[in-house]
Design a protein around this ligand. Structure first.
Ligand code: GUN
Ligand code: ZN
Length: 434
């Protein structure tokens, strides 16, 4: 087989490990004038231009001026059917679901509508530099077919699943324990492990599933290796009280999922804003992950995520936008709000920790760090080119910056889709801004 090599030259930055574990300096690698070499859709090498260029005779080298190449961003929690209802006014979680979310998700019964929205959604992710996401569909299996068909056409690494919801929701949006199980199984058989696609068993949250449905969700996870489990946990105080009323025999919210064998490696819980120490401990010891969703937690008034506490317990944490409760597809904007959430708790969010959360940390939360998250050779060539001159203000601010940390921090605060010059998936350009 003839191998196909390509190279990209710019400043290059990627995470090597969690700064909370190894310290800031050992957590990243940076090449001021770097080259990223891609071979057959995978990372071949990364290094200094002076070292690598002489080895690349005959290889096409694309050069970017005033640009920074980083791994593609990873969004560990987002709802594609909620694209059209982002920025819906005035409600907190439970009223927001009833007022806006359920009527919007009803339309995904129509596969053609689902396909339209899936296309808009994926385009928006790529415009924002996100190359992998863990995605909620709607309760309709055809919504997940439409999503995976669109993701497959772009050869993206995506994880998604059909919502399981058999109570406390409108009739038009509920399944049954048996139909939810059977339809999930059908989707798993069709999509899990196909190309770069993975399936997530997706109970919406404890209040909208009966014990029978949660039980069958647990059974499904036991029947296939490497499936994901994706749900919500401890987002809002009223929600938590409701779970206690619905499951009085359980110790708490996480214990409901624990009881039905829905926790462990590749289980991802969105939010976790109000977790106790015991719950954090349990998440850590089972290898479960939490998706920190800053723009959503602020928009719905859910509360302030305690990253330091989850870090202290050693819980895997990824970053999520949670669109449509989140207000931006941009992980740079998520990091902007994450920084402020930390400030309100008297804590700091280091820019290299931010980089880690948006890339390698997300990959580790998803147990995909052997495939994505940084530029180790053999990983998928999913990367973004950030533009130091994206806006007049970013350009001017970065000219004042005296260090890489200062530049990175300013990009996280001021950047959004405008800062994403180009996005690559498996070595192929899938978004070009200009
Ligand atoms: N909890 C249950 N469903 C949802 C949802 O769609 N969005 C958010 N943010 N929380 C939820
Ligand atoms: Zn959500």
């Amino acid at each position: 087989m003839t191998s196909h090599r390509k190279a990209y030259r710019a400043a290059i930055l990627h995470s090597l490990a969690d700064p909370a574990v190894v310290g800031i300096e050992a957590s990243y690698e940076y090449f001021e004038d770097g080259v990223l070499v891609i071979e057959n859709g995978q990372i071949a090498r990364v290094g200094h231009a002076a070292d690598l260029l002489p080895t690349l005779k005959g290889v096409e080298v694309t050069e970017y001026q005033d640009a920074l190449i980083t791994p593609g961003f990873i969004d560990t929690h987002i709802h594609y059917p909620q694209t059209g209802m982002i920025a819906s006014y005035g409600e907190q979680l439970l009223d927001w679901l009833n007022t806006y979310t359920f009527p919007t998700e009803r339309r995904f019964e129509d596969k053609a509508h689902a396909a339209d929205v899936a296309g808009i959604f994926l385009k928006e992710l790529l415009r924002n530099g996100t190359t992998t996401a863990l995605v909620f569909g709607s309760v309709h299996k055809q919504s997940v077919d439409a999503f995976f068909e669109a993701a497959e056409a772009l050869n993206l690494r995506m994880i998604a699943g059909k919502v399981l919801m058999d109570r406390n929701a409108p009739d038009y949006l509920t399944d049954t324990p048996e139909s939810g199980y059977a339809e999930s199984k059908e989707l798993i058989e069709r999509w899990h492990g196909k190309g770069r696609l993975h399936y997530a068993v997706t109970p919406r949250f404890a209040p909208t599933s009966t014990p029978e449905q949660l039980s069958l969700a647990g059974k499904l996870l036991g029947e296939y290796p490497d499936l994901y489990m994706h749900t919500h946990l401890s987002e809002n105080r009223q929600e938590i009280e409701w779970v206690k009323e619905l499951f009085p025999e359980r110790k708490g919210y996480l214990d409901v999922y624990d009881h039905y064998q829905l926790i462990g490696p590749r289980a991802v819980f969105a939010h976790g804003v109000h977790l106790c120490d015991e719950e954090c401990q349990r998440l850590a010891e089972t290898g479960s992950a939490v998706a920190f969703c800053p723009t959503s937690n602020l928009f719905l008034g859910s509360g302030l995520f305690d990253l330091a506490k989850l870090e202290h317990h050693g819980v895997r944490v990824g970053l999520g936008t949670d669109v449509g409760a989140g207000t931006s597809f941009s992980q740079l904007q998520s990091l902007n709000e994450a920084y402020k959430i930390m400030q309100l708790q008297g804590k700091k969010l280091d820019p290299f920790k931010s980089l880690y959360l948006a890339t390698l940390g997300g990959a580790e939360a998803l147990y995909l760090d052997d495939k994505i998250g940084n530029f180790a050779s053999g990983k998928d060539a999913d990367f973004v080119v950030l533009d130091y001159k994206a806006t007049p203000l970013i350009d001017y601010r970065l000219q004042q910056a005296k260090s890489l940390a200062e530049k990175l921090f300013a990009l996280c605060m001021l950047g959004d889709d405008r800062a994403i010059k180009e996005t690559f998936a498996a070595g192929v350009s899938v978004h070009c801004r200009d």
